[in-house]
Design a protein around this ligand. Structure first.
Ligand code: GFB
Length: 301
């Protein structure tokens, strides 16, 4: 993997990739075509893992719909076009289970991505991400490139964005629980805890991505999930346990709940990797919170 370029290399997913040249926004703005082309001409990678994206949790998606559409559609369009022009042999890009149609029969499978309108809370992000699949397939057909997409469920882990308002549920809750413990206040959680999610550890996404980079050749994207669906309430109980919080948990039902569930089948992944061992949410959260507590000053928040 000597000449593999990782866009978004210092973020949640990029930092979980074991090798490669890791780019960050300090190296250039991938929304800008000329800066993107200059980076790719400079590094002339033969493989790319494209992790860079404008992401956020429920509230972030609802608040910044225009920016989430523009930033992601520009970043993805530029990265794939620059990859084509400098002769990159393989690109792995990320979609997400949140880009699926909201009104669809579960479990989610690879064939259902474009079969309807996404959820109202994040349709701009969802459509921008869906176009990465379209651009990849279009380029593969016209230019003979080998651009593939993977579809993770809700990822968590080290180097995430622990923003209290706009972050994803687990990093936001870890940060809020930490502050509640520090300040001896209640630990406020959004909703009633009944929504269901499939959380996957960033280190598993790192390993599965490196497998896809060297082994996955299909046009159709592939779901990366562990089929371990849990309630937000259960996830909260693990955050409380690993943070050693003994105060009161308060449920704020005025806050958005988003989709009730989005279970994804990993039948296709298992057809390739029948014995892959996923990290349990308990173990992954334990490691993430230990890292969080020892790196609090430096984390993104
Ligand atoms: O992670 P999250 O924001 O995104 O929320 P989605 C997951 C669930 O956690 C929702 C609940 O039911 C929230 O109501 N929740 C409870 C909280 N407390 C909190 C909190 O403090 N912060 C947050 N954020 N949630 C996202 C998409 O949907 O999934 C993104 O909007 C992205 O585009 C991501 O793709 C993977 O799972 O609902």
């Amino acid at each position: 993997m000597s000449n593999t370029l990782i866009t978004g290399g210092t973020g949640l997913v990029g930092s979980a990739i074991s090798q490669g040249i890791k780019l960050s926004t300090k190296d250039g703005d991938l929304r800008n075509w000329l800066q993107t082309l200059k980076l790719f001409e400079e590094h002339k990678p033969d493989k790319v893992i494209h992790c860079a994206a404008r992401v956020g949790g429920l509230a972030g998606n609802m608040k910044y719909k225009g920016e989430f559409f523009y930033d992601n559609i520009m970043i993805n369009t530029n990265v794939l076009e620059a990859s084509r022009l400098v002769g990159v042999k393989k690109v792995v890009s990320y979609l997400s289970t949140c880009i699926y149609p909201d009104d669809i029969e579960y479990p989610l499978t690879e064939k259902k991505i474009h079969q309807g309108e996404p959820h109202f809370t994040n349709y701009p992000y969802a459509y921008a991400k869906r176009m990465t699949d379209i651009q990849s397939r279009a380029y593969n057909e016209q230019y003979g490139t080998n651009f593939v997409c993977v579809i993770p469920t809700n990822i968590y882990g080290q180097n995430d964005n622990f923003d209290l308002e706009n972050g994803h549920v687990l990093p936001s809750l870890i940060h809020r629980c930490y502050l509640a413990k520090e300040n001896n206040t209640d630990f406020v959680v959004w909703g009633d805890g009944s929504p269901l999610r499939e959380f996957i550890y960033s280190k598993d996404i790192g390993k599965l991505t490196e497998w896809a980079l060297d082994n996955y050749e299909e046009q159709e994207p592939i779901l990366l999930g562990n089929e371990d669906e849990v309630t937000v309430k259960y996830a909260v109980s693990l955050v409380v346990k690993h943070m050693g919080f003994t105060g009161k948990v308060v449920w704020d039902t005025d806050k958005p709940a988003g989709q009730f569930r989005k279970p994804a089948s990993n039948k296709k992944l298992r057809s390739y990797l029948p014995d892959y061992q996923f990290t349990s949410l308990d173990e992954g959260l334990g490691e993430t919170i230990e890292w969080f507590n020892s790196n609090y000053k430096e984390i993104r928040k």
